[in-house]
Design a binder for this molecule. Structure first.
Ligand code: ZN
Length: 438
């Protein structure tokens, strides 16, 4: 007689980057391996593994908290690469305790190299302060991450790292949910705004930046990562003390306005909300430009840190080749990002082709090359294989696409590179142009 056993009773053994993991009965997603690659690589750089003499070998070991442990896959990955001298793996379900211990056993002894607990992650984060604080907190929470962000600020060391995660796909599209999670208005759906995934990460970072400011800290993204499965939004944040307790939020928190007529994005701060018209087409009347935010409007990656991660990934060989390949795209993004308040924003090549009235898609790499040749900052992005980020206004993108198709410049007007959101003269509103170029 054939007897069907419950799925959770079937042993499920996987090997991830050389780490053997028993995932039986635990939540484990193989697609997230690359996000774990990035976490371990960032930890390695933080631990000095990008040194000139022995690339790939950490010079100091970190104290790491894996706040939402699952089967212990992240904890095992940190230990296997020697970037952590101690990993605390916390998993809410005590039924997974034996599984986690078995997965971590090859990398040291319990109590000495690693520990396992089964408590509420937020309570754990709130009690690990001072000498018990961590060099790196990996908060791979399920769903909304706002509570974890807030609690983690108490238990990450000054100068430490926080790996923030958001896996609730509605948190940046459903207004009520976005307001609850971030205190912000969402970017809209992918049907109405192709930049929605890029702006979702900006919402996540924006919340972290605000939480850090309340603690007298500055949160700076070292890299930001979107994954279609889930979807998952992540950012590794470096936390440093704010000088003179100044929150340092101007130019980092703001709004992204998107013209409903031509798709032009622009960064606004509070003082210009409701007083802007689209600089590209002028079709939007005063107060009619939809805005998402407040969200983070600075660079999504630290260029030097990403390059150091690439260096370590190269030293670690073929198993980290997928991470190295993705890091190359992030490095290209970082190379054009500029400084806080000056980040080029996301556009979709299909939208550009449509606005250019082309009969087919525009070649993205050629479009990026043409925009760069014209003096704009432009790069491909990891968010979408047909996406780009650029500070070129939409009419310049359309002109470049039409030129590539042999249609000439068409009706797109030439515009100076310093194009700005225009603020109409008003006795009650500032009349100066935004100092930050689009
Ligand atoms: Zn417009």
């Amino acid at each position: 007689m054939l007897v069907w056993a419950p799925l959770t009773c079937l042993a499920s053994i996987v090997t991830e980057r050389g780490v053997r993991l028993d995932t039986t009965g635990a939540f484990y997603r193989a697609e997230s391996a690359i996000s774990r690659d990035f976490a371990v690589l960032a930890a390695a750089v933080h631990a000095g593994a990008d040194g000139a003499e022995d690339v790939g070998r950490p010079t100091r070991a970190l104290r790491v908290l894996d706040a939402f442990g699952g089967c212990g896959s992240r904890s095992a990955r940190y230990l296997e690469r020697g970037v952590a001298r101690f990993v605390h793996c916390n998993e809410g379900s005590d039924e997974l305790g034996a599984l986690i211990r078995a997965n971590l056993a090859p990398y040291g002894t319990e109590g000495d190299t690693w520990a396992v607990s089964h408590v509420d992650a937020h309570a754990l984060l709130l009690r690990n302060v001072g000498e018990y604080a961590f060099d790196l907190i990996d908060a791979d929470s399920f769903g909304l991450s706002a509570r974890a962000l807030s609690a983690a600020m108490w238990s990450v060391k000054l100068g430490g790292l926080l790996y923030a995660t958001q896996t609730d796909g509605r948190a940046h599209t459903a207004p009520e949910r976005c307001l609850a999670a971030y205190g912000a208005w969402p970017a809209g759906s992918s049907a109405t705004n192709p930049a929605v995934n890029e702006q979702a990460i900006r919402l996540l970072i924006g919340r972290a930046v605000q939480e850090a400011a309340m603690h007298g800290l500055i949160a700076t993204p070292l890299f930001s990562l979107y994954a279609r499965h889930g979807p998952c939004y992540r950012s590794m944040l470096a936390l440093s003390r704010a000088p003179s307790r100044s929150p340092q939020l101007r130019g980092r928190l703001g709004f992204v306005a998107t013209c409903g007529a031509c798709g032009q994005h622009a960064v606004l701060d509070w003082s210009r909300l409701g007083a802007a018209i689209c600089p590209n087409c002028g079709a939007c009347g005063v107060g009619a430009v939809p805005c998402a935010g407040p969200l983070y409007v600075g660079p999504l990656h630290d260029r030097a840190f990403v390059q150091r991660m690439r260096c370590v990934a190269g030293a670690w060989g073929d198993e980290y080749a997928p991470a190295a390949k993705l890091l190359a795209t992030l490095a290209a993004e970082a190379a054009v990002e500029g400084v806080a308040g000056d980040a080029p924003l996301f556009y979709h090549a299909h939208s550009v082709a449509s606005r250019a009235a082309l009969r087919g898609p525009v070649r993205l790499s050629a479009l990026v090359d043409v925009l760069q040749a014209k003096g704009w900052r432009a790069s491909r992005v990891h968010f979408d294989r047909f996406g780009l980020k650029t500070n070129a206004p939409v009419d310049a993108q359309v002109a470049a696409a039409r030129a590539l198709a042999g249609l000439g410049l068409g009706a797109a007007p030439a515009r100076p590179h310093s194009e700005q959101i225009v603020v109409p003269s008003s006795p009650s509103l500032p009349t100066s142009v935004d100092p930050n170029p689009l």
